[in-house]
Design a binder for this molecule. Sequence first.
Ligand code: ADP
Ligand code: MG
Length: 287
Amino acid sequence: ATPTALLVGTGRGAQLGILIKGPEVLESTRRVDTVVLDKTGTVTTGQMSLVSVHTAEDEEEVLKLAGALEHASEHPIAKAIVKAAGEVPVVEDFQNVEGLGVQGVVNGHAVLVGRAKLLNDWSVQLDPALTEAKEAAERQGRTAVLVAWDGRARAVLVVADTVKPTSKEAVAGLKKLGLRPVLLTGDNEAAARTVASEVGIDEVIAEVLPADKVDVVKRLQDEGRVVAMVGDGVNDAAALAQADLGLAMGTGTDVAIEASDLTLVRGDLNAAVDAIRLSRRTLTTIK
Ligand code: ADP
Ligand code: MG
């Protein structure tokens, strides 16, 4: 390999909005056959909004209690709930439960906000009305956020995310290069499937805890795949580092960027397609 050709490649990369850690990165890029895509913030904008509230309680109180907890969280879901809640009371004993939700004490109530699994872990069951609200939201590809306090489930907050306008084209581009796209998310199966079908991905791995994302990448590698992982979150960092090629959204967290080989400056998935196409062309030039 002539270093000059590689440098030409990296220079062209910068023009395309791709930052490459080093010329050797291009070699693994060329061999990639599987592209694992994080959902929230990568395929979707990650800018969530609160769509509806289902509860038998006072809606304002639900939002105050949930908002108080989410005020301490960085999650995109948290931002949507905080925005809807307005001014919120202080929280004590706050705890972020990775990939499940948040918990803490607000106005003397022990409050849980997050996935059904978080409530289950505290032996809090959903009643039929809340179960129906949750399932209806998920059928529509939305995320149902459950709110419980003092040992009882009280509300379903429905939040929605939007697919980035360029994601569908990018997935088509990956397939055209002969690559197998896989959607990986901590979100519920139904919401993940809805997003996947919107952008043309057949393979979905959902409800994966942040710590387990790296194992999904390892499993694919054990099957003999050469894996690229595209992500944006703190929860993606280990998987990005494990992947044969890690690509971070420039709009994402510093932790994700540090763990990656390539950064897609504009947070546009099309740049991932460009990067792989570029690496193949660069190495053809070298040979
Ligand atoms: P993703 O892999 O899509 O980026 P995460 O692993 O961050 O998702 O979270 C997985 C799921 O856990 C979310 O879809 C949500 O249901 C729940 N969750 C995580 N953090 C929070 C939070 N702060 N508030 C409410 N729900 C949360
Ligand atoms: Mg994400």
